[in-house]
Design a binder for this molecule. Sequence first.
Ligand SMILES: [Zn+2]
Length: 167
Amino acid sequence: MLKGLCWKCKDTKAGKYRNISFIYLGLSVTIFKDGLTCIACAKEEWIKDFEESAKGFISLVNDKPKVDWPHYHEHFAMGRFHDQKKKVHSLLIDLGILSPQPKGNWDIVADGPIGLNPRAFLSYLYFTQKEDAVEFARLEKDDTMYNWEIHQIAEVISKDKVIKKSR
Ligand SMILES: [Zn+2]
């Protein structure tokens, strides 16, 4: 294997790891490209995942990607297709609909408090748009025995910062 070539196509230099952005079917996509894959292959992989797992749940409304939450609700009812669901959540991060970053974003919180937001494979996610949080909560959490609320997170202070400040 030649050094620095993409592991997938073995044809193009992989280049450094970084975020890349591109447009697909009118959707603005931002993904993290690792240092072993070239841009073309990283895109191709994302598109394949999107087509397989998420495309059926997304439509463009006023040039913005919109999730068909009722269809999502029906498709994933009763805990079906659990892995696909996590994959969809990951793809929604790339479309800017969900985010692992709490600040400024929306969280559905049950008494406890317990976070009711979607999760990806590794992280708890937040809604970037209030409308999505509201529609998701209405569909997914309407029959819960417990109470819940939707919060927007105004400020986040890391543990490090808090500890340093108090010293
Ligand atoms: Zn490649």
